[in-house]
Design a protein around this ligand. Structure first.
Ligand SMILES: NC(=O)c1ccc[n+]([C@@H]2O[C@H](COP(=O)([O-])OP(=O)(O)OC[C@H]3O[C@@H](n4cnc5c(N)ncnc54)[C@H](OP(=O)(O)O)[C@@H]3O)[C@@H](O)[C@H]2O)c1
Length: 318
């Protein structure tokens, strides 16, 4: 039996569907039933329920966006740093392996392969030279690997408070027990809703253009469960659909496939975006998912996953 923490959340729902689809038995433990953020409570549950694996999809995400975390710093720290550390210690004490849903938002920018083959980090992909490179030499823009130290964190700022606590969460669980750390990045899928990136893009008054790796929600949950079932080495994995997209490309695909009646407008500049629409810095980054692929996990490319979601678009209640 698999124990799911945070299973009723946006990411947790995808794990529930994935486990159900595979016929794997699981138990979704809710804080209302047992305050699993308390070490003794969680350890008691682990001893009583005796799971073979624990999936942690619990955490604190600001709603409607990360700006909300700046107003709820204690909750953000508790949910994203202290909770994973407690789970790590309880799982280690009970001898249960586990997987933690982390985030790619602990990075900013991408890695650029120079004409001379030298690779360097570029934190700001909105610079005109970088936008031009994305058009002319997209193959020279590569992602951060699991070996790269987070560069959008409290240790290497500026960062949002949310991202800082996610990076600290990874540090807090390192070396304790046996665990996977699965980095999710900007979840999307075919189901219209306030948490879906593709819905958000359609609802913004103006769209912010940048480069990002993104994760199809069901592909993410499937890949995470695959890693465990195939007994892949534990450790950190970037679990994004391979590749990256610009927000302009996402908008083009929305226009091409969903044919909305509205016209999309973009923020003129970072300056305008941060002055008018955003309070805390946003992570925009490219992730390298080659470790996931090398482990034997099959996952659609970002273009396939994006087009698949838009071609199967479902508006609930419509
Ligand atoms: N959504 C994203 O854009 C995104 C992107 C990258 C990474 N992530 C990560 O994915 C994980 C799940 O995110 P989500 O979007 O599914 O969040 P969500 O919809 O808000 O669900 C999170 C669940 O976590 C549980 N929880 C336990 N302790 C909590 C605490 N201290 N504060 C708040 N919730 C707590 C709650 O379930 P119960 O009360 O029922 O136990 C809650 O329903 C988080 O770690 C998040 O950082 C999310």
């Amino acid at each position: 039996m698999i124990l799911l923490l945070g299973g009723t959340g946006y990411v947790g729902e995808a794990f529930q569907r994935e486990l159900q689809g595979r016929g794997l038995s699981f138990r979704n433990l809710r804080r209302a039933e047992a305050d699993y953020g308390q070490f003794s409570v969680l350890l008691g549950c682990l001893r009583r329920l005796n799971p073979t694996f624990v999936v942690n999809c619990a955490g604190y995400t600001g709603k409607p966006n990360v700006d909300a975390c700046e107003q709820a710093k204690a909750d953000t720290l508790v949910g994203n740093t202290l909770l994973p550390q407690t789970i790590a210690h309880a799982c280690a004490a009970a001898g249960v392996p586990w997987g933690h849903v982390s985030s790619g938002c602990i990075y900013s920018g991408a890695k650029i392969v120079g004409a001379d083959g030298v690779v360097r980090v570029e934190k700001d992909m909105t610079r005109p030279e970088m936008r031009a490179l994305a058009e002319t030499h997209p193959e020279r823009i590569v992602g951060f690997t699991e070996e790269d130290t987070p560069n959008f964190s409290f240790r290497d700022g500026p960062c949002s408070f949310y991202s800082g606590t996610k990076a600290l969460g990874e540090e807090a669980v390192a070396g304790i027990g046996t665990s996977y750390v699965w980095r999710l990045r900007i979840p999307f899928d075919e189901i219209d809703g306030p948490r879906n990136y593709l819905s958000k893009v359609q609802r913004y008054a103006k769209v912010y253009d940048n480069l990002n790796s993104i994760s199809h929600r069901a592909d993410f949950a499937k890949a995470c469960v695959d890693l465990w079932l195939m007994d892949a080495p534990t450790g950190i994995y970037n679990v994004t659909n391979p590749g990256w997209v610009t927000t302009r490309r996402v908008v083009e695909r929305i226009e091409g496939i969903l044919k909305p009646s509205r016209r999309f407008e973009f923020w003129e500049s970072d300056e305008e975006f941060y002055r008018v629409a955003a309070k805390t810095p946003r992570s925009n980054c490219v992730m390298d998912s080659s470790k996931l692929l090398a482990a034997g996990v099959k996952i659609r490319s970002v273009d396939e996953a994006l087009d698949g979601a838009l071609r199967n678009w479902v508006v609930q209640g419509a």
